[in-house]
Design a protein around this ligand. Structure first.
Ligand code: ZN
Ligand code: ZN
Ligand code: FE
Length: 761
């Protein structure tokens, strides 16, 4: 059997069914999944097969994707059914699974006064609890986890050893007598309380009094504050030096979340899944949540409690908490007690700590809904390190370095693509060190020996430089948007070619320009640039992705040519950039081409339009302006601006937006509502992308469109394009297992390298 059958209590389940049917045999893990050899009465064998696959006896986390049955000769000497625990033929990867939210059984035990784990904040079992975040090395056994310092008491040990028990071989099993404990400290490190019930009650009291509490969870610290208390939320923003980015929220039930946000059935399912991610949900208009929790966006990021500690805390009459990652601005998430006290001492008023060490920091995962299905914005806790499977195995192990923004990296081993958790933006030195550590850790955990290293084409990426510095490996450099499209292909088990549409911020192109809005004819083997947005110029390097005035000036100059003067657009520019000298300097830079780069970036066009509509002039965090533009887009608008189409022979097809901008500016001058202009602009971009697909199909006869890139995190845009393309008869593929932003780049790189490397048959 293949699928998610390892490390989820599958072998004990097989054992139980076999015993109940009087079968003899053996069950063991191997490289592909689980193998069962069994013999007994024919009807019992067939019932065995039915029950294995039917679901009723299947452990909750298990998922069988294939089951192959073969007849073998009877083994006379065999008399009983055994679980082969040693993993002689197995890969170690089998053993390490993702961190899983507290299951129902554990929750009801925790609430049961008669149970010996009543009120215990670290209750867990085979079906739930920490895994990846506590593993130091393989094999996944207690001595190799941060639970090694806790000696199991007799009661816990008995359950751990009993194959019929829900805690059979659950490595983090513990109780209040033998396991980790919580404590509450003030921000000088002085203990306030170590008695579990008092710690919980005190913490709740402080939170309700508007205090900021650092709470140690599964993958790291959260900074928690009462989300209904506006002053407290603003205080957290100031202290955390995080002025704008929306905060994540936590509640204890879907019913509670529904008081503040719209939760449909599909969203409810994801929220309450064992992975328990943050899900972006449309805000309710009359919500009581403090406005500063999530300004300039139309959604709240909500998650349900996922650790026993969360449930105990929320049981103290807490409604909804901000639970934002415990770090300072863009630094890595903090997971160690001493570091938390040192770095967060100025942010938090108190610390709810525990003595179970977090070995791997893992952020909360974030999903949203596009085309009515869940899609990742960040893949981390709950999903990592579950591999994504390829159709074929690669012969050599591969390391894919990923991109510099929203970095993840990826290993390919046999038919498995093992993606890392979200690492972050590598330009931060601490994040970069964390990246290097993480590469080593995951490599060791999966015993990967990369012979092939694949990275981005961008010579300035630190991930590229890191990859190029790796000894004894063949290097493959992959163009950014090709990797985006490849990530979609491999997720859907395809090799291409397809029409690849990439709507993106920045990616280094084969011509040295910064690409962004691209139509590629792409397979896992090669790509051709079929079309792109007409180039415009960006001045000032990296500043151009933060300061909207830079794309604004460039796009206006492109739209009006020699007719453009700063004086004529004073009315607009002074709104965007109050310092008069700056537009002049940038204008001059653009005119003379000093420190300028040609680009087809779509992200910067969104920045420009957001700024022109008065929605801000600076990206304090990635995509702040585009998100603000999306948030105001009016519903039910079908109009769009005109676009220009160029087909120079022998060159990629190009769409231009000079006319678009002239019409858009005229709408602004007429006083048309910003929401309407935003919608028309979104619709225009949709027409461009649709145009690429239609022209590309007519020339290539390809009918499948794969779409990826950071700009497709925009739900208005992606939903509209998907609809248009479906109306036009295309089959449309999107990322579902990795983000369509740069968090998916590593997967694409790895799948291209796997294809370019000889396959086993
Ligand atoms: Zn459990
Ligand atoms: Zn115990
Ligand atoms: Fe990208």
């Amino acid at each position: 059997m293949t699928g998610r059958v390892q490390g989820v209590g599958f072998r004990p389940a097989v054992y139980k069914i076999a015993r109940s049917l009087n079968l003899s045999g053996i069950v063991y893990n191997d490289t592909k999944g689980v193998t069962v050899e069994s013999q007994g009465e024919a009807e019992n064998i067939s019932e065995f097969l039915t029950r294995l696959q039917s679901g009723a006896d299947k452990p909750p986390l298990a998922e069988i994707t294939s089951c192959e049955v073969v007849d073998i000769p009877v083994i006379e000497s065999e008399t009983e059914f055994v679980i082969e625990m040693s993993d002689a033929n197995g890969t170690p990867l089998s053993q390490v699974t993702a961190d899983i939210a507290t299951c129902r059984d554990c929750l009801s035990e925790m609430a049961d006064k008669e149970d010996f784990r009543y009120g215990y904040p670290f209750i867990n079992c085979t079906n739930c609890g920490p895994r990846y975040s506590i593993v130091k090395t393989i094999p996944y056994d207690r001595p190799n986890t941060t639970m090694s310092v806790f000696k199991m008491c007799d009661k816990c040990a008995a359950q751990y050893k009993d194959v019929r028990d829900r805690r059979f071989h659950a490595q983090p099993v513990a109780c209040s007598a033998c396991g980790p404990q919580i404590l509450l400290m003030d921000n000088t490190g002085k203990s306030i309380s170590t008695q579990t019930e008092r710690v919980i009650a005190e913490t709740a009291k402080l939170l309700m009094a508007g205090k900021i509490i650092a709470i140690k969870g599964i993958g790291g610290f959260h900074l928690a504050v009462d989300a209904l208390n506006s002053q407290a939320v603003q205080l957290l923003r100031r202290r955390k030096k995080r002025d704008h980015k929306p905060f994540a929220l936590m509640a204890a039930s879907i019913e509670r979340i529904k008081e503040y946000a719209l939760v449909d059935r599909a969203a409810g399912q994801i929220l309450s899944s064992p992975q328990s991610p943050i899900v972006l949900l449309p805000k309710k208009p009359d919500s009581q949540i403090a406005p500063s929790v999530a300004e300039g966006v139309s959604t709240y990021g909500f998650m349900l409690c996922y650790a026993p500690l969360h449930y105990l805390l929320f049981a103290q009459n807490i409604k909804v908490l901000v639970m934002t990652s415990g770090n300072i601005s863009d630094e890595p998430l903090i997971c160690k007690n001493d570091k938390a006290l040192e770095r967060l001492g100025d942010v938090a008023d108190a610390f709810l700590m525990h003595d179970r060490e977090i070995y791997r920091q893992v952020d909360d995962s974030i999903l949203h809904f596009v085309d009515e299905q869940p899609a990742f914005l960040r893949r981390a806790r709950g999903y990592v390190p579950t591999p994504i499977l390829m159709e074929k195995s690669c012969r050599a192990d591969i390391f894919a370095a990923g991109a510099d923004l929203k970095n993840t990296f990826c290993f390919a081993r046999q038919n498995q693509l093992i993606c890392s958790e979200h690492i972050g933006d590598l330009e931060d030195a601490e994040v970069y060190h964390h990246y290097i550590d993480s590469v080593e850790h995951l490599r060791g955990l999966f015993e990967v020996e990369p012979k092939i290293v694949v990275c981005d084409l961008h010579p300035g990426y630190v991930s590229t430089r890191y990859a190029l510095s790796m000894p004894d490996a063949d290097i493959i450099q992959v163009q950014h948007h090709w990797a985006h499209i490849a990530s979609v292909l491999v997720e859907h088990g395809l090799e291409g070619p397809v029409i690849g549409l990439s709507a993106d911020g920045t990616g280094y192109g084969t011509d040295g320009a910064i690409w962004g809005c691209e139509c590629l004819i792409a397979s896992l083997e090669k790509f051709e640039r079929f079309g792109h947005l007409s180039y415009y110029s960006l001045a000032g390097g990296d500043k151009a992705s933060k300061e909207a005035i830079r794309p604004v000036l460039s796009l206006l100059m492109k739209a009006y040519g020699s007719k453009f003067t700063l004086e004529k657009f004073d009315w607009l520019l002074e709104r965007i950039e109050p310092d008069k000298g700056r537009p002049e300097t940038i204008f001059e830079q653009l005119e003379k081409g000093i420190n300028c780069v040609e680009t087809s970036s779509l992200g910067r066009v969104f920045d420009a339009v957001a700024a022109i509509l008065g929605l801000g002039n600076y990206n304090h965090f990635d995509a702040q302006l585009p998100m603000a533009l999306e948030a105001v887009a009016a519903p039910n608008i079908d109009d769009y601006y005109q676009i220009e189409s160029f087909s120079p022979p022998g060159e990629p097809h190009r769409f231009g937006i000079a006319k678009t901008f002239r019409q858009l500016i005229s709408d602004v001058q007429t006083g048309i509502d910003a929401g309407v202009i935003s919608a028309k602009f979104h619709n225009t971009i949709s027409e461009i992308l649709r145009g690429f697909a239609v022209i590309c199909r007519s020339e290539t006869k390809l009918n499948t469109v794969a779409m990826s890139g950071g700009v497709f995190c925009n739900r208005y845009l992606i939903n509209r394009i998907v609809n248009l393309l479906k109306q036009d008869g295309f089959s449309v593929l999107l990322n579902r297992n990795v983000p369509s932003n740069d968090g998916g780049i590593a997967l694409g790189q790895a799948s291209i390298a796997a294809k370019l490397t000889p396959h086993d048959l």
